[in-house]
Ligand binder design. Sequence first.
Ligand code: PLP
Length: 398
Amino acid sequence: MGRGTGRGGRRRRGGIPAVTSKKTSPATIAAQALGWTDPVTRAVVPPIHPSSTFVRDPDNRYSSGRIYARADCPGYDQPEAVLTALEGGAAAALFASGSAAASALFLALDPGDHVVIPPVMYWSLRNWLLTFGTRWGLAVQVVDPTDLDAMAAAVVRGRTRLVWVESPANPLWTISDIGALADIAHAAGARLAVDSTVATPVLTRPLTLGADLVMHSATKYLNGHSDVVAGALVTGTEDGFWQRIKTNRAQMGGILGPFEAWLLLRGLRTLFARVPLACRSAQLLAERLAAHPNVLEVLYPGLPGFPGHETARRQMAGGFGAMLSIRVRGGAAAAIATAARVGLWTRATSLGGVESFIEHRSSIEGPGSPVPPDLLRLSVGLEAVEDLIADLSDALDG
Ligand SMILES: *Cc1c(COP(=O)(O)O)cnc(C)c1O
């Protein structure tokens, strides 16, 4: 397939070289998917290789560098190179889902390692960490990452190996100061990993702010069309921890299929068109909904009164994300009834698609969730924003 170059030619494997340099802007890198072309056919779009295995040379070597698709899927090269470039990292790895990416990272730690996680984060991952993670031997501690003093006190040299944050964090959109948290983690010899699913590399590049690893549920904005479940990790350095993560993927087998990797690459190419548009609509929706009499509160980092607004202004460029939540006057029943009355919005879980989703979040998260029962989570898509505002306002009117 299109084996061109990685970043600026550093990881070239032969074939048609890419045209990117360090100066190429991320929007161009995404639109052209690094400009790789297929060296055999000169195709602009890469082929899909479904092969599970690769031929061994008569002299018993594997000169192609590939042995078996669980470890060596050719369809990963280009999307991983694009993600590496977009995040400003050293390497990336695709996974079968965001959850597979995150669990491969946590399982690269050793039993007994202390990890710090936030109270507000993707609920299923928190649940997995507090059940399986604890059973497996991780010492999981929940600490509020917006309280830097509490964080500095919790992170202990020689004991803490990983600080995990999500920013903006689902579904209250809590903003964490990635640079400050990286300093705290590093002062204790720990790594900082950031779930940047909602920010996307369009708005925030955690590695350039000091984080060590970035995780994405590529199911969301990176693919962007609600038709692939996928995940990704990007690392700032290809160190021993990264090798463990790669080994986990190859040995535990949480791999993405070649067709899904191809769809993900196609989605990535429009990332810089989709995300800014959705962010603009989300900002307008947040401002309009704040004035609706049946909305108690709008949770959105782009609103000046939002607690993390100033940090978000520094850390997010070009928008505050396309996710927001509203609290509906009248409690859980009123929130569920509002979601039942929408016409254009789609009642569904997930986020980051071209279509807008509305979801009563506490019904999904269950016990232990920090989510208020009157909260509706909104994923703003690419529809005309006036249509979205009118439909939701009517539903809120009753
Ligand atoms: C969806 C999501 C995940 C989990 O990803 P999957 O691809 O569904 O496994 C993790 N973090 C965030 C912020 C998400 O939105």
